[in-house]
Design a protein around this ligand. Structure first.
Ligand code: UDP
Ligand code: MG
Length: 329
């Protein structure tokens, strides 16, 4: 039987581009994005209602002014402005939520032209083939400094070790369908790490390889401090394994403490100790074991509470027989 989603029509595509203090970049990059949009339209890949949605993330330079000018000049450009700077992840979320009622699919990318635009058409092709999430994956990290490459790759490995599902070398360059955006809306968490949420949402997905280029102009807004912050957000929002580790550590220390107690009693009976030593060691060993186990137990409950308060959906239905969009009401 033919799948309903194999017959997709060319989507209304929205390119969601977060912009923070990008006055030097936008005049160069937006015409390039528009050209790409035109090209995809010409190839019959997207609908003519497709747009570029620029999200000004509370810039302090002329970014918003430029966005307004572009929107006036070209109806394919739309802008929204956040009331203040809230960070890259929230800017993307704002753009995706704004676009979800208007677009069939959304591609998020850096507005600085770093994410190779050639990959967009491949992403749309994958969408037309029935994929709901298309992850842009970096082909190599040649442009990065040795330090950045090492920390980034180490981070992906650590995430895997901690049981958090992420796509290796994928950041925020991706296509998602409207159906996925509607599900994303149910993820109400404030500690936002989008690249970890999409694998949780599920649906048919694939990857597209692309080359990461140098910035067109301006400077990165991701200094080491922010990168570490994002990494910590990623780990803590997806995994409670660090809390389990404390519990395991507590158990290990308790076992060692038992050995410590046996050893101190043995030394006592050998008369090899000064008065008070054995009792002090016993108390220290016993209490430190008890304390760590107690913290571990608290951690287990804290981890459960943390996951509960997120109120993530417990199930997501991707399709129904008979092509129905909604279940019974
Ligand atoms: N950005 C944003 N808000 C911020 C920081 C960055 O909207 O607080 C945007 C920025 O304009 C760019 C994208 O997020 O389009 C990625 O930032 P950047 O290019 O500085 O990071 P890098 O590519 O160097 O990691
Ligand atoms: Mg960038």
């Amino acid at each position: 039987m033919e799948n309903r989603r194999d017959k997709r029509k060319s989507p209304v595509l929205y390119l969601v581009l977060p912009c923070y203090n990008e006055e030097a970049v936008l005049p160069v990059s937006i015409p390039m994005f528009l050209e790409k949009l035109e090209e995809m339209l010409f190839h019959g890949k997207i609908d003519q209602e497709s747009r570029i949605l620029l999200v000004d993330d509370g810039s302090r330079d002329r970014t918003w002014e430029l966005i307004c000018q572009m929107a006036e000049k070209d109806c394919r450009c739309i802008g929204i402005r956040q009331s203040r700077n809230r960070g890259h992840q929230n800017a993307i979320l704002a753009g995706m939520m704004e676009a979800r009622k208007l677009a069939d699919a959304v591609i998020t990318a850096d507005c600085d032209g770093q994410d190779d635009m050639a990959a967009m058409e491949e992403m749309v092709d994958a969408y037309l083939d029935g994929c709901d999430i298309v992850y842009g994956v970096r082909r190599s990290r040649e442009l990065d400094t040795g330090f950045k490459r090492m920390t980034a790759e180490g981070f992906y490995r650590l995430m895997k070790l901690l049981g958090a599902e992420t796509v290796y070398n994928h950041a925020d360059y991706r296509l998602v369908s409207r159906q996925v955006l509607e599900e994303l809306e149910h993820y109400q968490e404030v500690n936002l790490y989008l690249r970890g949420l999409f694998p949780l949402i599920g649906f048919k997905s694939t990857t597209v390889l692309y080359d990461r280029k140098a910035r067109i102009a301006g400077e990165t807004h991701y200094p080491l401090r922010k990168m570490i912050g994002l990494a910590i957000d990623g780990i803590t929002s997806l995994s409670v394994k660090p809390l389990h580790l404390i519990a395991g550590f507590g158990l290990g220390v308790s076992l060692l403490s038992m050995l410590g107690i046996i050893w101190s009693v043995y030394e006592y009976f050998r008369n090899a100790t000064i008065p008070g030593w054995s009792s002090t060691i016993c108390i220290i060993c016993f209490l430190s074991g008890v304390q760590l186990i107690s913290i571990g137990i608290l951690g287990e409950y804290l981890g459960k509470t943390y996951m509960e308060v997120k109120k993530r959906p417990r199930y997501i239905i991707s399709e129904r027989t008979g092509g129905k969009e909604e279940g019974p009401v």
